[in-house]
Design a protein around this ligand. Structure first.
Ligand code: RRO
Length: 310
């Protein structure tokens, strides 16, 4: 028998699969569908202090190789998500709450309320939203990231995680990991958010695919798998006291396996969930179990983080 169960931050997970924040987690209906799905856990849409309508549509488009989005952080406001996580049955499955304030002060205000509510939800602080016009990604400004983490760690009392953008240079892996390692309270690192500010073009109409920011948006799906695996492995190697959550380019059990092998403890699904719906989790779990059985692996621990080099 193949066992997909795992433990993460003292919580039991039936399997390592969950959604990527932003996909299928905007409102009660979508969140309830994830709760009913075969996902081992799920995460709420990144929230802000006040509700946001987000950017003008069309703001998400699938392409043959993945997706491009510039949603612009549409969400129902942190009070809705805090209320949702407060009512969740944690015996059923763990739940994460994603937070993406538009400023340090906004994040601190939300963190204060989350702390006061004393909910069992695991906080994922999004340091990498690429799509709010005029707001650069915090995790691409190392001083701002350090200041954000210092302030949030002062305000919050539980372990939490950070959602990181992709980095593309070894010096940046080193610098980002060095900052994260200053904060033991940062218990996990989710790699990666979409690759920001890409441009997808329709040749026939000679037009961009999405309306916001003249067509610039974050890409996910097949485009990003090798970048995601590199970031997972880079932070897995550099942050031995933290867990890594893999995100990017997962649409088969084999890709879940690759993320786990590279060092991920849990694996998030974005574009493929958007395209296939929450039934994808049962398929991915079956495919992962079949691949493990073929290789003679009985538990995730048999291969997790054991990527070989040449
Ligand atoms: O809402 C978005 O536009 C968005 C966010 Br907050 C994010 O973190 N990543 C992304 O691809 N889109």
């Amino acid at each position: 028998m193949t066992d997909l169960s795992t433990r993460f931050l003292d919580c039991a997970f039936a399997n390592p699969l969950m959604n990527a924040s932003g996909v299928w987690c905007y409102d009660q209906t979508e969140l309830d569908a994830l709760n009913l799905s075969a996902a081992g856990a799920y995460v709420t849409k990144s929230c802000t202090l006040e509700p946001r309508a987000g950017n003008p549509e069309p703001r998400y488009k699938a392409t043959p190789l993945g997706s491009i989005n510039s949603m612009g952080l549409p969400n129902l406001g942190y009070r809705f998500y805090l209320d949702y996580v407060a009512k969740h049955d944690y015996a059923r499955k763990p739940l994460f709450m994603s937070v993406a304030g538009l400023s340090l002060e906004d994040n601190l205000a939300m963190v204060r309320e989350i702390k006061a509510a004393n909910v069992p939800a695991i906080m994922e602080l999004n340091l990498s939203c690429p799509n709010v016009p005029g707001k650069p990604q915090i995790a691409y400004d190392f001083d701002a990231m350090d200041a954000m983490l210092a302030a949030v760690c002062r305000e919050y009392d539980k372990p939490f995680g950070v959602k990181m953008p992709p980095y593309f240079d070894i010096a940046h892996f080193d610098a980002a990991a060095e900052i994260l390692n200053r904060y033991p309270q940062v218990a996990f690192v989710t790699c990666i958010n979409s690759i920001g500010n890409a441009l997808a073009i329709d040749t026939e109409t000679e037009t961009v695919l999405i309306k916001p920011k003249d067509g610039f948006g974050g890409i996910g799906g097949d485009y990003v798998l090798p970048t995601a695996l590199a970031n997972v492995n880079a932070f897995f190697r550099r942050c031995p006291d933290k867990k890594v959550i893999g995100c990017g380019g997962v649409k088969t059990g084999e890709q879940v396996f690759q993320h786990l092998l590279a060092g991920a403890s849990l694996v998030q699904v974005g574009t493929a969930l958007q395209e296939e719906g929450p039934a994808i989790f049962a398929r991915l779990a079956d495919e992962l179990a079949a691949l493990m059985a073929k290789k003679g692996y009985k538990t995730l621990g048999d291969f997790q983080g054991k990527l070989k080099t040449l």
